[in-house]
Design a protein around this ligand. Structure first.
Ligand code: AMP
Length: 423
């Protein structure tokens, strides 16, 4: 038997219902926030991720799925959503859109060659946003409020928002220098990856899972002592706007996030499930003012986040939050014999077009088994079509909860269900 590739999973049964519920909620929230849907390809030129996400990140240096197409071009399955959206934003000249900022949402599969475990897959789904064209800290706060509101609407209790700032380019340069000075005498105490990070991007040493518990980390310089006045002010305003919405957060000084492109605000939304460990991070994001120009677009600021859908659903399970819509069918239709099938088919079609969740016996059950099936599907009403019904154009409708029976003219059927089945 051929099995699914390592680190992937199939969706069916209860899980498919949960995913649909979550995705619909995300779409609805995005519409309320006035964001536009973008869909970009699942594979892109490898160079996009090398330049856009950064050579020093684990996801590009170790975790991408790469292949050559038949014309010998280097392609990569996208490991995250932002680089593709930025490419599309530039390629389609969306930066000249008069209605700034441009607020975009996306949802889809991402691919990282990671060691699979609960909440960590090689193919996983993210949904997220990117906002281009505003430097205002209001945008950072709006973007942070989206996952917070989503988790609130899902009924989560133990959610924590961690935020930090990495400052502007000047602050980052100051900070980089301070980190280089600090880690220089300790370089041999760092892991092999961090030795490379010391050369390429010392900020990422703070993000290292291997070195995290070492005492040299505790005394490392803090970004807040290296911020320019403007960067500090930006961060204070983000905090002020979060306060104004009553959004609670914790300032986590060593939060730098895995991707190279962040400037100013970085944040993550964390669940608090003991078994989860680092998988508790359900959502991560931040501001990336240099990314659009890095990818040959104009100098234009951006802010975004990505929610991990699998981790979010796992966390919901742990919190015993049941997203499944338990609503059954509105109407189940059965027929007495072969002769009534065409009539039944037309009826189910009309009812579906009129907005009722309707199904029809598709394997020719007997009456008893049809009632059992209606029970399994939690149908509110059952219609049984026989010769008489068709001849008189009057249908017998059975309420499957009260067991009441109604005789309704074919032409009055929709009105009957409109009155008796509420949303
Ligand atoms: P990142 O793009 O690394 O900032 O990740 C954003 C979110 O995507 C994380 O907080 C996770 O919820 C989710 N995520 C990242 N990598 C994986 C993975 N390999 N499997 C499942 N979810 C992931």
């Amino acid at each position: 038997m051929i099995q699914k590739p390592k680190g992937t999973y199939d969706v069916f049964g209860k899980n498919s219902k949960k995913i649909i519920y979550f995705e619909n909620l995300f779409r609805e929230v995005m519409s309320k926030y006035n964001y536009e849907y973008f869909r970009t390809p699942i594979f892109e030129a490898s160079e996009l991720f090398h330049r856009g996400v950064g050579e020093t990140t684990d996801i590009v240096s170790k975790e991408t799925f790469n292949f050559k197409d038949k014309s010998d071009r280097d392609m990569t399955l996208r490991p995250e959503g932002t680089a593709g959206i930025v490419r599309s934003f530039i390629e389609n000249k969306y930066y000249s859109n008069p209605s700034m900022p441009v607020k975009i949402w996306y949802m889809g599969p991402m691919f990282r060659y990671e060691r699979p475990q609960a909440g960590r897959y090689r193919e996983f789904y993210q949904c997220g946003v990117e906002v281009f064209g505003s430097n205002d800290p209001l945008v950072d706060a709006e973007v942070i409020s989206i996952p917070v509101n989503i988790y609130k609407l899902l009924g989560f209790n133990g959610i924590k928002v961690n935020i930090n700032t990495l400052g502007d380019t000047e602050s980052r340069l100051n900070y980089k220098k301070a980190l280089l000075d600090y880690f220089k005498p300790h370089i041999n105490d760092l892991c092999e990856d961090c030795k490379a990070r010391y050369e390429k991007n010392p900020l990422r040493i703070l993000d290292c899972k291997v070195d995290a518990s070492k005492s040299i980390m505790d005394n490392a310089p803090k970004i807040k002592d290296n911020l320019t006045e403007e960067s500090l002010q930006h961060f204070e305003m983000v905090c002020k706007y979060l306060d104004s919405m009553g959004i609670e957060y914790v300032i986590k000084e060593n939060l730098v996030r895995g991707l190279d492109y962040y400037t100013h605000t970085v944040f993550e939304v964390e669940a608090n499930i003991k078994k989860f460990g680092s998988q508790n991070v359900l959502c991560g994001g931040g501001r990336y003012n240099g990314l659009v120009s890095t990818l040959d677009g104009p100098d234009m600021p951006g802010v975004g986040f990505a929610i991990g859908i699998e981790r979010t659903l796992l966390a919901l399970d742990y919190e015993n939050i049941n997203l499944i819509d338990e609503d059954g069918l509105d109407i189940y239709i059965s027929y007495m014999s072969e002769n009534e099938k065409a009539f039944a088919m037309n009826l189910v079609n009309i009812l579906r077009l009129s907005g009722f969740k309707t199904d029809l016996d598709l394997i020719g059950r007997n009456i008893k088994n049809n009632f059992k099936q209606a029970e399994r599907l939690k149908a509110k009403y059952v219609i049984i079509i026989g010769e008489e019904e068709i001849k008189n154009n009057i249908l017998t409708i059975k309420n499957n909860i009260s067991y009441e029976e109604h005789k309704i003219k074919f032409d009055d059927l929709i009105e009957f269900f409109d009155t008796n089945i509420s949303e």
